[in-house]
Design a protein around this ligand. Structure first.
Ligand code: CAO
Length: 358
């Protein structure tokens, strides 16, 4: 019988990469406590128990360590109860299934943002981070986007008129409008004229599904990474309703409470990175959508007379660069140019837009 504090001798046999090794490990008895699962809590249980000798290989120990799996709690199916790599992976899968809230879209195990702040203090070995949650979805959707032949089309949009409207509205109202509701509403109005941008190509590339609803995906930067929830039936909504829904989705995104239902049914996407920075983007389309726009930061620029039809003297204008990407199997450049021109005209003269609101 092994007492607490005594050293144990383990015989490690790595079938895959190393000759058998001998190493000692000290058994420490820990108080049995209930703890919520987090990065520090070993997978396999929510209670710490007396650790026991585990027969396994260094490679398996490494996998367990990197994934915070307590080997003493893993059911070893190898000869003499030896813990195999498959046993550790099975424990991890079982844990993911049992803790969907921890590992799902809403709560990735390691937030992407956190990955940028890792500091190695004890070792110079690289750190392995399991791809899961939001990042796993990003891997999947971006890989799928590779199947789409993209073309990009960039245009500058003068945002002075929208900025004025927004300032006046925000000064007198308890509600707040950002630029985005204008951008999204103008998009919806332009889609009525160019429904091809709100379509999907069938998987066999034989037909197009023309969507009646303008379901706009909005890329959001959250503490858990990039999420793209959907604003539904934008065609029926006012600027204020769009703003309120956006704000509700932002709150849900920030607290990790978006569910699968918030992500389904998107027909076109808007990605506004301009509140952070940047001008021109190269956005990627998520199938089965056929178009996306990336918005850059609105900047003051000097417009010289004669440029873009301006007369008189040079003047300062607020310019937003918009980078559109289209699926070239469905859209051609001329269609995109005409659509963008209409969308831009609604933003540059919002009266045109307001006149069409229900
Ligand atoms: N240019 C300049 N300023 C901008 C801007 C732009 N394009 N877009 C927003 N802003 C300003 C807003 O006006 C606001 O300033 P005020 O408080 O002075 O009004 C401030 O930036 C914050 O904006 P917001 O977050 O309230 O506004 P929003 O509704 O425009 O954006 C959201 C919401 C969710 C799109 C945004 O917060 C976000 O997450 N953006 C990042 C999206 C992203 O990561 N895209 C990349 C995807 S590809 O990896």
């Amino acid at each position: 019988m092994v007492k607490v504090g005594e050293a144990l001798v383990h015989l490690d046999v790595d079938e895959e990469e190393a000759p058998p090794t001998i190493r000692t490990e000290t058994i420490v008895e820990e108080e049995e406590i209930n703890v919520p699962r987090d990065k520090e809590t070993p997978v396999g249980t929510t209670k710490h128990k007396l650790s026991k000798a585990v027969l396994t290989t260094p490679a398996v120990r490494r996998i367990a360590r990197e994934n915070h799996v307590d080997l003493s709690l893993v059911n070893g199916t190898g000869a003499g109860g030896r813990v195999l790599k498959e046993d550790v992976l099975a424990t991890l899968s079982a844990d993911e299934a049992a803790n969907p809230a921890v590992n799902s879209i809403s709560h990735p195990e390691v937030p992407m943002a956190a990955a940028g702040h890792l500091r190695t203090t004890e070792s110079l070995e690289p750190t392995h981070i399991k791809i899961s949650g939001v990042q796993r979805l990003m891997v999947k959707s971006m890989k799928a986007s590779l199947a789409i032949p993209h073309f990009t089309y960039c245009e500058n949009v003068e945002m002075d008129a929208v900025a004025d409207l927004r300032t006046r509205f925000n000064a007198q109202s308890a509600h707040r409008l950002s630029f985005l509701p204008f951008v999204i509403k103008a998009l919806s109005l332009a889609l009525y004229e160019f429904p091809l941008l709100n379509s999907s190509l069938s998987p066999d590339e034989d037909s197009l599904l023309m969507h009646c609803e303008h379901n706009v995906g909005v890329a959001m930067d959250t503490p858990r990474g990039l999420v793209v929830p959907c604003l539904r039936r934008v065609q029926d909504k006012t600027l204020l309703q769009i703003a309120e829904e956006l704000s509700a989705l932002q709150s849900l995104g920030a607290s990790g409470k978006l569910t699968e239902a918030h992500f389904s049914g998107t027909t076109i996407t808007v990605s506004n990175i301009g509140n952070i920075g940047g001008t021109v983007l190269s956005p990627r389309i998520t199938p089965p959508q056929v178009a996306i726009v990336g918005l850059g930061r609105i900047q003051n620029q000097v417009q010289l007379p004669g440029v873009e039809g301006s007369a008189g003297s040079a003047k300062a204008v607020k310019v937003m660069s918009a980078s559109w990407a289209g699926d070239h199997r469905v859209l051609d450049g001329a269609t995109m140019a005409r659509f963008v021109s209409l969308w831009k005209s609604h933003l540059e003269d919002p009266l045109l837009m307001l006149a069409q609101l229900k």
